[in-house]
Design a protein around this ligand. Structure first.
Ligand code: ZN
Length: 215
């Protein structure tokens, strides 16, 4: 991260604005909402990108799951992982996580959030697997046509002992993906993904909620 928020690097004067006082003045949250990686959280004309963000051609995008924090004083937007007591994953839960490993017969997912827990990031929920037979209702020949490394996926917990997930439902699957060639967030183009920057096209098992930021 190039532009990390360095604490104590500037003097904060009196709080001049009326607002929530549940945070320190420096971290005043004038606006807060939950985002997935790749979502635009600001523009560089207005803000600089802080922790948990990266910049592409004037857009500031989230690099992690969390809540958007805008520091007006520093003119900085950052994405802070939500804290809280780590909820326990149960069978039937809908989870969101990142594809961290692709094998011939399964994809490994690092779980980051559970639906229904305020989409809080969970601290150390571990790794779950999506077996090739649970990716779709239909037969999947090549797992590389379904997921890519670094994709954010929404999946259902189907086996808690072995931490198995399924994406074999319409709203489950890839929620956000970056272009493997240039790193730009890819856009849905019919049933595939297209990179708005370099034109690269990728096959994915897309969630019907792709790009919505909704879990
Ligand atoms: Zn690209």
């Amino acid at each position: 991260m190039k532009s990390e928020l360095i604490e104590g690097d500037e003097t904060v004067g009196e709080v001049e604005e009326v607002g929530k006082t549940d945070e320190s003045p420096e971290e005043k949250e004038l606006e807060e909402h939950f985002v997935l990686p790749g979502e635009v959280v600001g523009i560089t004309e207005e803000f600089k990108g802080g922790d948990g963000t990266y910049t592409v051609r004037g857009d500031i995008l989230a690099s992690r799951i969390g809540t958007v924090q805008i520091n007006r004083k520093k003119r900085e937007v950052s994405v802070k992982p939500a804290s809280g007591i780590p909820p326990v994953v149960k069978k039937g839960d809908i989870v969101v996580g990142m594809i961290i490993n692709l094998r011939d017969s399964m994809a490994l997912v690092k779980i980051a959030a559970i639906k229904g827990y305020g989409e809080r990031e969970i601290k150390d929920p571990g790794i779950a697997a999506i077996h090739i037979s649970n990716i779709r209702d239909s037969y999947v020949k090549n797992i590389a046509d379904e997921f890519g490394l670094g994709d954010i996926v929404k999946a259902k917990v189907i086996d808690i002992e072995n931490m198995r997930l399924s994406t074999a439902e319409k709203d489950l699957g890839v929620m956000s993906a970056m272009c493997p060639r240039c790193g730009t967030v890819m856009q849905k183009d019919e049933r595939r993904l297209k990179c708005p920057a370099c034109g690269n096209v990728e096959k994915r098992n897309l969630s019907s909620d792709y790009g919505s930021g909704e879990i």
